[in-house]
Structure formats: structure tokens, C-alpha cells
Design a protein around this ligand. Structure first.
Ligand SMILES: [Zn+2]
Length: 463
């Protein structure tokens, strides 16, 4: 057994059989760039980043494609509302998305295609679907003829009635059947559009992923991922387009991460409980957010709460404390010298069982704290460090970690340095009373000072 993955298509966990064990191919649906990413958008970023890292550990080469949707009615709407240009909005939001991914410790995908750069591939795919009678042109629209594709509904396991009810059907005069979906729609300035054999217009949402995955990964690839809300209609429609176009299966394994709620509620603008990741950046280290997002199994629903942030912060503080005596030089090691804990890798190979992997990391901390010799301790510390890095943690060392602010009212490094300078001059003036006072002020704010031969050193108190 190399890797077991849960396949949404079969609704079972099964052994992953790569098409080519020398080169794994994965596609994940990326963001529509019209608004800053919220915590729910962060979940697939982190989950599929972890899968990417595990695949890279198990196989010699992995191509990970994650698209940027930069043509969408929500973007057009935002441009109308704000009076800003579409390009300005999409570029700014893409940059924010990249910043968010870096904050969450996610590696860049191998290829990040943008829809606006694949319009000719999209038009070519639509034309062929028309030629094969899987699509038809009516009133400037191109629609997919759903009933022509016999396997429609197999991925989402919806029956005909559910399909009709679930498709958010707009009764439109240009549709042969209510369940047919749009591949191309007409555009009128200032809405962006492109010339095509079916008139000036823009692509519907679903066709882009069929066109971009085919271009970058070929007609069939190993893994297709995304959030659970994408199963229907987005992924169902991708399957219909790609299979009809290629006469081949689109992806062998379909993986979906579960929903994310906030304090037990669905996140929504009207409830005012949307957590924008950028707002977390100033007071929560990205690793804490990453830990929280991975603390539940990826297929389970996840409730984002202040307690979860606190627990994740304590867990990382405990891990970092266990690495405190690890020499700085050990933090830099060659990739081929990686000593990953076998049990943790095994847990990840079992459909990314992160709760079990995290539990085992705490066991490693226990082994470090109870080691009977310095050699044994060092060995466990190295294993914890290397395994944590595989999971996308330990981007900074222990020293740096305890200097990062962890709460909104935490003192900044600058403020602390200010106090330390005052304390230094107090000591130089033999005003030890004042020096002690400053020490106590800092202690009350969770900052511990140590006097060392090299001067004063400080760290944040571990909660
Ligand atoms: Zn997609």
C-alpha cells in the first residue's frame, strides 16, 4: 500500500493507482478572483497543499495545476459596483490570494493557468462539443445538451428530479431542456468578451476547467480536487464536457474537502461572520491557522472557533518548545537527509489522516521530554522537525517562533526592544530597582527576559 484515497466518484477509500508512477498529475479548482480569500477558501489551499507534499514524498514527479478564474459575472458585478477596472480587481485579488497561500505555508502549484489566457482552447473545445452534438447554439448562447451524456449525475449521484431542482434552474427561452448548462454567453460592452464562431461573448464557468486541465495535464489525469460544494454542478459539468470531448475519463480520483463553518454557523455576508484571512495575518501566525485547518480530517466538516485557534497555538508552542535545544544548524538540512516519522507518514498515506498524524507528533514531543540520553533526544527532535516540515510547519525556528506575536494585544518586537534599552541603561546606572521594574512590566505582558553573556534576550511566554 503506497497511498489510500477516498474517491468521491466511488464513495470508497481505495488504493491510489497512478497512471504513470513516475509522474503524478493533479488538478484543483482555484479561486474566482473578485474578493479577498476567507477562511473557508483557505481549507482547500491547505488540504491539497498537504496532498501535494505527500505525493512529492512518495513519487518522483508531481504536476499540480490550480487555476485562477479571472472571468466571471461576480467580477463584472464588482467592477460595476466599484467603478474599478476588471483587470485592477483581478490582479489585486490574485496578489492577495498568493499572499494568503504563502501565509498558510502552501507551496506554489506547478502551473497556475488563468482563464483569460485560455480563451482559444475554450472556444476550440466548445466548437468540438457542438460538432459532436453535445452542445447547441441558440440566441448567442452555447448550451450543453445534458440528456445526450448518459453518465450525467454519476459523480454527484443525483437523480433526474434532484438535478432539475438543484441546478438553480433559470427558465430561459434559449434552453432545449431546463437542465442544460451554459458553455458560452453573449457579452455587451462594458462586459468583457471575445470574438468566437458563436458570436462575441464569454465562457460559462465550467468549461474553463475542462479546457485548462486538458491543456496542462492531458485528457485523463490522476486526481481532481476541490471543495465539497463543487461536486454539483461544477464538477459534474466538467465531467460531462471533458468525457464528451475526449471520449475518455477525465480524472481517476475525485477528492473533496468538507465544509467550514464559523462558531457553528454557516459563514455569510448577511450574518457578518465572514473571516477574511488577511485580517488574521496581523495577530495569528500562519502556522497556527494551518494547524487549525488540518486538525480535523479533510473530509469532515470543520468549525472555526476562537478555541480552535487557541488549541492550535498551544499545540505549536508545545512542539516548538520540544525543539528549543535543537542546535540552529539542525534547522538547515539537505532534503535527502530527511528523517520522517514512519507512523506519521503512514497516517498521511491513509487518506491524509491528519488527526492521527498530529496525535503522533505530540507523542514525539513526549519521547523528546522523556529521552534517557542526549543522543536519543536529538534523534527524536530531528524526526519531529523533519516530519513537521513535511506537513508544512516549522517555517521559522524556535527562537523566531517565540518572538512572533500571537495575540492582537501582544507587544511588538519594537516596543519590547524599547523597554530592553531602558533596562540596559538603568543597569548601567546601577538603578537595579528600575531594571527590575521593567522586567516585571514585561513579564506582566507575557515577555520573559534572560540576562546572558551576550546581553538581554527575550521570548514570549508559552501559554
Ligand atoms: Zn473547476
Amino acid at each position: 500500500m503506497i497511498l489510500q484515497l477516498y474517491n468521491t466518484r466511488t464513495r470508497t477509500k481505495q488504493e491510489f493507482v497512478p497512471m504513470d508512477p513516475a509522474h503524478i498529475k493533479m488538478y484543483v479548482c482555484g479561486p474566482t478572483v473578485y474578493a479577498p480569500p476567507h477562511i473557508g477558501n483557505g481549507r482547500p489551499v491547505v488540504v491539497f497543499d498537504l496532498l501535494f507534499r505527500v505525493l512529492n514524498t512518495l513519487y518522483p514527479a508531481v504536476t499540480y495545476v490550480r487555476n485562477i478564474t479571472d472571468v466571471d459575472d461576480k467580477i463584472n458585478q464588482k467592477a460595476l459596483e466599484t467603478g474599478r477596472s476588471i483587470q485592477e480587481i483581478t490582479e489585486e485579488t490574485t496578489a492577495l490570494f498568493h499572499e494568503t497561500c504563502a501565509y498558510l505555508g502552501a507551496l506554489s502549484p506547478t502551473i497556475e493557468p488563468r482563464v483569460t489566457q485560455h480563451i482559444s482552447e475554450i472556444i476550440q473545445m466548445i466548437q468540438r462539443l457542438i460538432d459532436k452534438e453535445y452542445a447547441y447554439v441558440k440566441e448567442g448562447h452555447v448550451l450543453y445538451r445534458v440528456h445526450k451524456f448518459a453518465e450525467y449525475g454519476q459523480l454527484s449521484r443525483k437523480n433526474q428530479d434532484e438535478l432539475l431542482a438543484g441546478a438553480r434552474i433559470e427558465v430561459a427561452p434559449y434552453k432545449e431542456n431546463a437542465e442544460d448548462f451554459v458553455l458560452w454567453k453573449p457579452s455587451v460592452a462594458p462586459t468583457p468578451g471575445w470574438d468566437s464562431p458563436f458570436g462575441f461573448g464569454r465562457p460559462g464557468w465550467h468549461i474553463e476547467c475542462s479546457a485548462m486541465s486538458a491543456k496542462h495535464l492531458g485528457k485523463t489525469f490522476d486526481i481532481h480536487g476541490g471543495g465539497i460544494d463543487l461536486v454539483f454542478p461544477h464538477h459534474e459539468n466538467e465531467v460531462a464536457q471533458s468525457a464528451a470531448y475526449h471520449d475518455a475519463v477525465m480524472a481517476n480520483v475525485w477528492m473533496h474537502n468538507g465544509h467550514l463553518s464559523v462558531n457553528g454557523q454557516k459563514m455569510s455576508k448577511s450574518l457578518g461572520n465572514v473571516i477574511i484571512i488577511q485580517d488574521l495575518m496581523h495577530h495569528i501566525p500562519g502556522q497556527v491557522v494551518r494547524w487549525g485547518l488540518l486538525s480535523s480530517h479533510y473530509r469532515q466538516p470543520l468549525d472555526w472557533t476562537p478555541e480552535l485557534v487557541k488549541q492550535s497555538s498551544s499545540a505549536l508552542n508545545r512542539l516548538y518548545t520540544a525543539l528549543e535545544t535543537l542546535p540552529d544548524a539542525e534547522w538547515e538540512y539537505p532534503a535527502d537527509a530527511m528523517q520522517v516519522d514512519a507512523d506519521i507518514l503512514k497516517a498521511l498515506q491513509d487518506d491524509l489522516n491528519t488527526p492521527l498524524a498530529f496525535k503522533r507528533m505530540h507523542e514525539l514531543v513526549h519521547a523528546i521530554n522523556t529521552a534517557f540520553s542526549a543522543d536519543e533526544k536529538l534523534k527524536h527532535q530531528k524526526t519531529l522537525l523533519h516530519t513537521g516540515k513535511l506537513l508544512g510547519f516549522f517555517s521559522v525556528n524556535t527562537h523566531q517562533w517565540f518572538r512572533e506575536g500571537v495575540s492582537e494585544d501582544a507587544m511588538t518586537a519594537e516596543e519590547i526592544q524599547n523597554y530592553l534599552d531602558q533596562r540596559k541603561s538603568a543597569k548601567e546606572n546601577k538603578d537595579f530597582k528600575k531594571a527590575d521594574e521593567i522586567r516585571n512590566v514585561l513579564k506582566s505582558k507575557g515577555i520573559l527576559i534572560k540576562d546572558t553573556p551576550n546581553g538581554q534576550e527575550w521570548q514570549r511566554e508559552v501559554s
